[in-house]
Design a binder for this molecule. Structure first.
Ligand code: 13P
Length: 256
């Protein structure tokens, strides 16, 4: 059975004090969330402060991006070694904001996935279609292209604890959530793709998170879908009062 993963992507939000307070509250609240893995992904400058705040709890630390390069002359970049040094266990890669605002291509995301896996960190690979793609019924084609490009040459052990996040771009930060049926259809398609690219056992073990306007009031119906194994939460992860009920929905949806 796949364990639920509820991850908070704080994006470029919080300051040191609010990050520590939020992480402390999440760690306290998550203590009772038996069976659900909880991950927080603060901005780079606060990784260490948040690592301190969650120390001793079950909450894990993740980063929102990483360089594919080894440490060296790459102004403004953050090496995977540095993330590990700060206590990160996971890293979000290929988020649509990285793809659309910073020009990240599948080829670059692929290099990042490989580098992250070589270093033993968990990669959370984001894929998702734009509104125009969905309207033109090109969703599956777009997802296939992103998966093929981002996972080229990623084989064997490298896929062991890979996590996929399906985030339809039109649902991110818009308040428009994919319906549970739309999300389930995309997740089932991604799992079928994984079964073809790898094998059914690998596909069965990989967690596929849904992201895009997940809130306390829509989390449960999404998490009850058979192929939805957790949530990647943006806006609602910025307050423990909004985030913890989503974790709780994971507890309730377990064993569905
Ligand atoms: P929102 O939950 O704010 O829509 O953001 C989703 C997201 O991009 C998580 O990575």
């Amino acid at each position: 059975m796949r364990q639920f993963l509820v991850a908070g992507n704080w994006k470029m939000n919080t300051q040191r004090a609010t990050a520590v307070a939020l992480a402390t509250d999440v760690a306290r609240g998550a203590a009772s969330a038996t069976g659900v893995e909880v991950l927080v992904c603060p901005p780079f400058p606060y990784l260490e402060a948040v690592a301190g705040a969650i120390r001793g709890s079950s909450v894990r630390l993740g980063a929102q991006n990483a360089s594919a390069e080894k440490p060296g002359a790459y102004t403004g970049e953050t090496a995977i070694e540095m993330l590990i040094d700060c206590g990160c266990a996971s890293v979000i890669l290929g988020h649509s904001e990285r793809r659309t605002l910073y020009g990240e291509t599948d080829a670059l995301v692929n290099r990042k996935v490989k580098a992250v896996r070589t270093q033993g960190l968990q990669a959370i690979l984001c894929v998702g279609e734009q509104l125009a793609d969905r309207e033109a019924e090109r969703t599956e084609q777009i997802l296939d292209g992103q998966m093929t490009g981002s996972l080229e040459g990623v084989d064997g052990d490298a896929v062991a604890d890979l996590v996929i996040a399906y985030e339809p771009v039109w649902a991110i930060g818009t308040g428009k959530t994919a319906s549970p049926e739309q999300a389930q259809a995309a997740h089932a398609h991604l799992r079928k793709w994984l079964a073809g690219r790898y094998n059914p056992a690998v596909a069965d073990g990989i967690r596929i998170l849904y992201g895009g306007s997940v809130k306390a009031d829509n989390a449960l119906t999404l998490l009850q879908q058979p192929d939805i194994d957790g949530a990647l939460v943006g806006g609602a992860s910025l307050s423990a009062a909004n985030f913890l009920p989503i974790v709780e929905a994971g507890v309730q949806a377990q064993g569905k």
